[in-house]
Design a protein around this ligand. Sequence first.
Ligand code: ATP
Length: 343
Amino acid sequence: MSTAIKVENLYRRFGSLTAVDGVSFEVEQGKVVGFVGANGAGKTTTMRILATLDYPSAGKASIMGTNVVNYPGRVRSALGWMPDSFGTYDHMTVAEYLDFFGRALGFRGQDRYNRVREVMEFTDLDKLAERLINKLSKGMGQRLCLGRALIHDPAVLILDEPAAGLDPKARVELKHLIRILADEGKTILISSHILSELGEMCDTLLFINSGRIVHHGSAESLMDAGEASTSYRIHLASEPGKLSDWAAMSPHCEFIEATKRGGRIKIDSTDSGVIAGVLKRMVTEGLEVTEFHREERKLEDAFIDLLGKLEADEAEEAAASMEASAAVAGPAAEHAKANESEQ
Ligand code: ATP
């Protein structure tokens, strides 16, 4: 499969601030990738460079094989961009707005008319065609912005926080539209703060922290990363109190808490053989297990753990380099002292 988005060692500096700090990643054609990071992590800056709205300080980026700096016009025809906030013209209706962008993108006559109708139908705006833009709700406005990004049927979509400020129903509707576009084979890079939603919608997640990519993989791989133990919820058909005594005597198991029908235990391994062995022993040693359910870590927890681990690694590295400089400075200082006393 070929690459739709390619970012190589990208930097964007604003004075002394490095907003994008050596970012590299690739997105294959037809994939949906979630772009995740805290406020100020560098998502919008990276996306704006991809959308040809800003220049990188260093590094390269391309959309469908075309360099975003060298050929912005070509990139724009392959790309639909949905910014986190978009300017509208209050005196225009929905249909006029889309028609205006259709015209700007080079569509003429019947072709433009058809394209605008198709987009309004897809985004469910056809009933609102004559409504003034300043009379649209937030959700309708977001659908209009998505419609604008789709007018020229681009192969790649870059959506910056499309679900921000939407109520749950509007979020579900937008998610549905994005899923349809993905099924049509579009490549989609989408940023959001709502991790659980992205986890469901995306093939992979790209995590950025302080301008650097810290993880690129499936939601599952992030949730499993660095996890040395897993919690399980156990239900027993009878004598739920037996679970704690059993866990106290069993290797790999730690009893966490009792519940009405059994309890929760922690298994100190993620190896499927060890886990299967625990369940087998439970049954052969007389526990009447009716449910053995792995408790999923939330994506948010996994992300926060990942950030914590990175901070700890950085602190360790800083301590090690201080130790190393002290080791170098030590003999030099002693030498200087010796020289002083000789004089
Ligand atoms: P959010 O989730 O809040 O939208 P983000 O991950 O999109 O955050 P960016 O908007 O890319 O973050 O900002 C990254 C950093 O770059 C921030 O510290 C921001 O203040 C800074 N920054 C962005 N644009 C500019 C600019 N034009 N001039 C100076 N600093 C900027």
